[in-house]
Design a protein around this ligand. Structure first.
Ligand code: OGA
Ligand code: NI
Length: 337
């Protein structure tokens, strides 16, 4: 199964642990029904993006069979031997911190040897755009290419539908093409290991995602948590739903009207857990900053402009640390957001 971290590497210091008592249940995390009235969908998304930066989507149009196939494929991948999985690293670019590389398999956050208290998980990252363009797909499991190509087309259709609705909610249809925020799609499969005493370890450290929006399938184990105004909420699995979260670039272009949600994963005492996330973001050369439509004299820009490639490089260098990545572009008077 790959590099298994020695126990002392994933046990967390007392002041670093996720506190069980601080988490509320999920009764308030918004659920949006995409089979509803178009106006309701636009308004519900706009509200959720402002208040939570986070929601679950049901009746989203992506075939459930396809979501199940993706989870099944992920399960097969993480059941392979470590040699088989490490072979993914030679597809496309070599192992490096380059955010544009095609494939990376590893453990912890980014398979870095210098990670201290590492997250108790394995991951396979694939750059969908590169894999499609260069036609680089692994040969095993044998259904990889077929399942992932099909899912790519379906999840990108849903991602673009989301961006379209977000654009309407912000009133940007005639001035800015929000499709820019979904030009590049990265997919990460996560495999979380069980741990008999979950409070001693982390499944995934608290962070916000660095791109624009993330669309996630989780299995039925649970453990994902989202932070709203300093309060953590459990995001319990909803049957056939996607979990959607707003990421840093949408917070930046909306000048913090929409929130990039901080989230994390708690380990389960007995069960392993799978998730598959599609991250939508701009191309690497895109310059991103608050849109003129979103700033005014009363509401001055909170962030400076930045090339996405540089933003991602600092994200991977810094590691997962709440919403600290945004500090990289924050202007002085934006210190609090
Ligand atoms: C991520 C992430 C959550 C999960 O990969 O960025 O937040 O439930 N994953 O696996
Ligand atoms: Ni995330």
């Amino acid at each position: 199964m790959g590099r298994v971290a020695p126990e002392e590497n994933y046990l967390q210091d007392l002041n670093n642990r996720f506190q069980e008592a601080e988490v509320l249940d999920d009764s308030q995390v918004p659920i949006i029904d995409f089979s509803g009235d178009p106006k309701y969908i636009v308004d519900a998304i706009a509200w959720a993006c402002q208040e939570w930066g986070f929601f679950q989507a049901i009746n989203h149009g992506v075939p459930i069979a396809s979501m199940k196939n993706v989870l099944k494929l992920a399960k097969e991948i993480f059941n392979q031997t470590s040699e088989e999985n490490e072979a993914y690293n030679s597809l496309g670019n070599k192992l490096s911190d380059d955010p544009s590389e095609a494939y990376r398999y590893g453990s912890g956050f980014n398979n870095r040897k210098d990670e201290k208290a590492i997250d108790l998980k394995y991951f396979l990252r694939l750059d969908y755009s590169l894999a499609r363009q260069e036609d680089i797909w692994p040969e095993s499991p044998s259904c990889f290419r077929e399942v992932m190509k099909k899912y790519h087309d379906q999840v990108s259709a849903f991602g673009h539908c989301l961006l379209d609705n977000i654009s309407k909610g912000l009133g940007l249809e005639n001035s800015y093409d929000l499709k820019v925020m979904g030009e590049k799609i990265i997919c990460i499969m996560n495999y979380y290991l069980p741990y008999h005493t979950p409070e001693l370890v982390k499944g995934l450290s608290a962070h916000s995602d660095p791109r624009a929006i993330s669309i996630l399938i989780q299995d039925d184990v649970g453990g994902l948590e989202v932070c709203k105004h300093g309060q953590w909420f459990a995001v319990k699995p909803v049957k056939d739903a996607f979990v959607v979260n707003i990421a840093d670039q949408l917070q930046i272009i909306t000048n913090a009207k929409y929130k990039s949600a901080e989230h994390r994963v708690r380990a389960h005492p007995e069960k392993s857990r799978l998730s598959v996330v599609a991250f939508f973001g701009p191309g690497l050369d895109t310059v991103v900053g608050p849109l003129p439509e979103m700033v005014s004299e009363k509401n001055p820009p909170l962030y400076r402009e930045c090339v996405i490639k540089d933003y991602l490089t600092q994200f991977y260098a810094k590691g997962l640390d709440g919403k600290r990545s945004l500090d990289y572009v924050k202007l002085d008077h934006g210190a609090k957001v």
